[in-house]
Design a protein around this ligand. Structure first.
Ligand SMILES: [Ca+2]
Ligand SMILES: [Ca+2]
Ligand SMILES: [Ca+2]
Ligand SMILES: [Ca+2]
Length: 468
């Protein structure tokens, strides 16, 4: 106890010296040990600074070089941040990690942790993993658009914190990492964040951030085992699609949508919704008995009953409300009533080039997407409308089966299926330009046998008229 106190006093004395000699020590050109830059971000009231303490200042900590980072700042949270950041500018894949402990903090939410940011702007896109002084440890945090709010979750008491960024086919994957003694794993409750091409610049800001979480105080953290790595494996395993079909499944651009309503709402959820369309009865459930089954062909999937996602001009869900041509765009709620407890299956074939792709859903409630029989992702089962992106790899260029299962429990109900292009543009999957060319991946509807017969008798033109 006495020994520890002594070390603390020495450290504080040293920091006071430096602060006096070089007020703020915030010259971004200062090189401090492994860090080429250190500066205050977001104009915290108190000046922060980074000190290189040399090797093994604290007995028993081995030969790691140690840094003392002092910081003010309101927080790293919300739409903009205040902190002191010791960092490097990095091009290419990077994983930055460190261990650390608090010297002093006056606020329980003071945070230290590794971060990767798009820039040193206070409202930059970033991901980081933080230990607070008294509260959550190993908390993953991220901002996916400049100036947007912060998402975060976490728990546990990790030995080390890390954050990783890797580029796959132009898409940026970021992971918030903790090591609790068994190697790197995703911070509790976090998933890989997928960013469209262009969101992160070619050169990013990667380093260690500290905020005092209160502009009336400075906080000080001792940081060690700082590592920058460019050759590492992501924790997340992304799906790989490998079995293309012999050819295009039909000549109807777009999707076949079938909506069903279960005869009983007992146990209503993903398993029951899948059961409706496969005919399998989940154990203990009355489903798949159903009271409604209606099919329609749409060029894109942009449906709502109540609420909406990112794209307007919605159609209503087939069978749930009257024919969409009678009410277009669909009102909120469609046909004036908020319908609950129904599901949709969307079938198509999609032409995909070899490499990485992002499909996803903006849905209320959940959506499962399969490509080539491989589940590329599923959102939370019960959720509000928000964009959820799934990154997957295509092994061989060709036509692939596409299936989405969506369900509504209560409250809002909408479904949009989207694609994020290599330009970063987010489009409705299957969208066409004014000349009838697909903007992204070509999509054609999988017709049922009965529909094929109908099409043979001239129904195709009927369907096409209805869509236009
Ligand atoms: Ca919509
Ligand atoms: Ca309705
Ligand atoms: Ca509803
Ligand atoms: Ca809902």
């Amino acid at each position: 106890m006495f020994k520890k106190l002594c070390v603390t006093l020495v450290v504080l004395a040293l920091s006071a010296q430096v602060a006096t000699a070089d007020v703020g020590n915030t010259n971004p050109n200062d090189i401090v040990g492994i860090f080429n830059y250190n500066e205050d971000i977001g104009n915290p009231r108190g000046y922060g600074f980074t000190m290189d303490m040399g090797v093994g200042i604290e007995p028993g900590l081995g030969n790691s070089r140690e840094y003392l980072i002092t910081a003010g700042g309101a927080d790293i949270w919300g739409t903009w941040d205040q902190m002191h950041l010791a960092y490097n500018l990095v091009s290419g894949d990077v994983r930055v990690s460190a261990a650390g402990s608090w010297v002093v903090a006056n606020d329980g939410w003071a945070k230290w942790g590794p971060v990767i940011r798009a820039s040193t702007a206070a409202d930059a896109v970033y991901m980081g993993t933080f230990n607070s002084y008294l509260n959550t440890k190993g908390q993953g945090q991220w901002r996916t658009e400049t100036g947007a709010g912060t998402g975060g979750t976490g728990g546990g008491d990790p030995l080390k914190l890390g954050v990783a960024m890797k580029t796959l086919g132009g898409f940026t994957v970021m992971e918030s990492l903790v090591d609790v003694g068994a190697g790197w794993q995703l911070a509790q409750g976090t998933n890989a964040v997928i960013l469209a091409p262009g969101v992160m610049p070619d050169t990013v800001v990667a380093g260690i951030a500290v905020t005092s979480h209160n502009n009336n105080y400075l906080a000080q953290a001792r940081i060690k085992d700082v590592a920058y790595e460019s050759d590492f494996d992501l924790i997340t395993q992304f799906p790989k699609v490998t079995n293309p079909n012999p050819g295009q499944c039909s000549d109807i651009p777009g999707f076949q949508i079938t909506v069903m309503r279960p005869a009983s709402n007992d146990g209503w959820g993903y398993a029951a919704a899948e059961g409706l369309f496969t005919g399998a009865t989940p154990p203990g459930l009355l489903i798949p008995a159903f009271t409604l089954s209606e099919t329609r062909f749409d060029p894109v999937i942009n449906l709502r009953d109540t609420g909406d996602g990112a794209f307007g001009d919605n159609r209503s869900f087939p069978g749930i409300d009257p024919d969409w041509t009678l009410e277009f765009p669909a009102l909120d709620p469609a046909h004036g009533d908020d319908d609950d407890n129904f599901a949709a299956q969307v079938l198509a074939c999609v032409y995909l080039t070899e490499g990485w792709h992002v499909f996803g859903a903006n849905s209320d409630d959940g959506t499962i997407i399969r490509v080539g029989g491989v589940e590329i992702g599923r959102t939370a089962e019960w959720k509000g409308a928000s964009n959820v992106d799934f990154l997957f790899e295509v092994a061989t260029t060709g036509w692939y089966d596409f299936e989405a299962i969506w369900l509504e429990g209560g409250g809002g109900a909408n479904l949009e299926l989207h694609e994020v292009l290599s330009t970063g543009q987010r489009i409705l999957l299957g969208a066409q330009d004014g000349q009838g060319h697909f903007i992204g991946s070509p999509v054609y509807a999988v017709p049922e046998p009965a529909t094929i017969a109908l099409l043979g008798l001239g129904g195709l033109s009927l369907l096409r008229r209805k869509r236009s």
